[in-house]
Design a binder for this molecule. Structure first.
Ligand code: SF4
Length: 481
């Protein structure tokens, strides 16, 4: 009888996709995936260390698993991902019932480590970098157990060569390592043959993709063109690009390749040049706005989202007002706003003398949110009356009588599942025309007009069976950039 495994994922899209790849490896090793903790013989926690409470989350989850470990002899607990890479042997020192610890560079070793732990007892294996010859294999996901048959994440690069003062990613994911274009194209071709129509290219800083291959200049524009030429792929998204590396040829490719969606996630982090310098971001507010203007000029109807940190150490009222001014000028479609939290091991964590009082941060956060929500609402209301191409995802989580899907700009649209004269409802993966009837700060409402393309994947998934939570949500940033 095969063993069953369950994976719990914390963190960003990169981790979600790592879990898909890990599931593929465990299935290839003869195991079966389950959603039922009681049925599991192996529990894998794929961890993240970006947010402040990541440690509490991991150790809290491990604590809650103790009862299950005691009740089920032979149950194996494995911890992988960024926090494992950072904490290494501390995890098994703190929690005696963890059988396997593996890091960000040796996901592929997890099945072997589980077998070894079953024979020999607890094991910990952390590599400091992926072996050079394993870069393309390490990142390949031909057998990943993907959540959706019509949309897929594709890793193009891992690691980051930047040193943003607030970010732990370079120390847990290592330096930038790009997959060869041919390997990425091969993977996307195989996805397209299986009926995938939308891919999201993932990397910590996609704009610098390929710089480590050529030792000269990034190859991201070439990659966009190569993926756009693959038959069957109708939508290409990517995340996250670093503003300092957003090059003219990338903007040109975004404008030229019809398959590239009109969507750009461009992390601002701060609108104050003083704070940007302290963050070591490598651009000024003026340069950021210039590049955003160039992208908007080249790509009509571009949806733009961003990340902003409130309360970086030393941020003054004047700095914060600079941020508000840039946010107002940028008129974002939405923004992921974060309260600064020190991550041990980062430069910003050492700036204790300049930490901002929590009540000051809270007040600034509320003011920022008001500006962001105002521009999001205005941009969404401006879409009322337009008919948009929507990729159907399934039943709305807010209202089971409605369907939900995303526009090319990555906007969530809720709409009734039928139109006059239409038989049946559009299945997940279908493309539909939806006329926007109302704009809200975080989504749109619409009216279904027609189904323009049926799903290309062979397995029809019942509408009610789709997990919307598993959608590679457009606009949700990967940790990075
Ligand atoms: S924020 Fe992005 S660009 Fe900066 S160090 Fe982290 S991953 Fe790299």
């Amino acid at each position: 009888m095969p063993k069953h495994f369950i994976i719990r994922t914390f963190g960003c899209q990169m981790n979600e996709h790592d879990s898909e790849r890990l599931a593929g490896l465990l299935v290839a090793d003869g195991m079966e995936q389950t959603d039922d903790m009681e049925q599991a013989d192996v529990v894998v926690l794929n961890t993240c260390c970006i947010r402040e409470n990541a440690d509490q989350k991991l150790y809290g989850t491990l604590g809650s698993l103790k009862q299950l470990v005691d009740a089920k002899p032979g149950l194996q607990i494995a911890v992988g991902g960024c926090l494992a890479q950072k904490d290494r042997d501390r995890i098994q020192q703190k929690v005696g019932w963890v059988d396997v610890v593996f890091g960000t560079h040796n996901l592929g070793s997890a099945p072997g480590l589980l077998r070894r732990a079953a024979r020999e007892g607890p094991v910990m294996e952390i590599l400091d970098a992926p072996a050079p010859e394993s870069i393309s294999n390490h990142l390949m996901a031909p057998d990943a157990v993907r959540e959706l048959p019509y949309a897929a994440w594709v890793t193009i690069q891992t690691g980051c060569d930047n040193s943003c003062a607030f970010c732990i990613v370079p120390s847990v994911r290592g330096p930038e390592a790009s997959r060869p274009i041919a390997a990425i194209v091969g993977e996307v071709e195989s996805l397209a043959r299986r009926g995938v129509t939308e891919v999201t290219l993932l990397g910590q800083n996609v704009n610098s993709y390929g710089r480590d291959i050529t030792r000269r200049r990034p190859l991201f524009a070439e990659l966009l063109r190569a993926v756009g030429a693959i038959e069957g792929i109708g939508r290409i998204r990517f995340t996250s690009p670093h503003p300092k590396d957003l090059r003219p040829e990338t903007i040109e490719a975004m404008a030229d390749v019809p398959e590239v969606c009109e969507q750009l996630h461009l992390p601002l982090q701060s609108g104050s040049n003083r704070v940007l310098a302290a963050m070591r971001r490598g651009y000024t507010a003026e340069r950021y706005l210039d590049r955003l203007a160039a992208a908007r000029h080249a790509v009509a109807d571009l949806g733009v989202t961003t990340d902003i940190i409130v309360g970086f150490p030393g941020e003054t009222e004047r700095d914060f007002e600079d941020t508000l001014a840039v946010v107002a000028e940028a008129t974002y479609d939405s923004a992921y706003t974060f309260i600064f939290s020190p991550r041990p091991g980062t430069r910003a964590a050492e700036m204790e003398d300049e930490f901002i009082a929590p009540e000051v941060i809270a007040a600034r956060f509320a003011r920022l949110k008001a500006v962001v929500d105002r521009s999001a609402l205005a941009r969404h209301q401006a879409r009322v009356g337009r008919t948009e191409e929507v990729l159907v995802e399934g039943v709305s989580r807010r209202d089971e009588s409605m369907l939900t899907g995303r526009t090319r700009q990555g906007k969530l649209v809720h709409f009734a599942p039928t139109a006059p004269g239409m038989r049946g409802t559009p299945a997940p993966g279908a493309l539909a025309e939806v006329t926007i009837t109302a704009g809200h700060p975080h989504h749109l409402s619409g009216r279904l007009e027609a189904v323009t393309a049926r799903p290309r994947h062979r397995v029809r998934i019942p509408v009610a069976g789709i997990s919307v939570a598993g959608v590679p949500a457009a606009g949700v940033p990967v940790a990075g950039a």
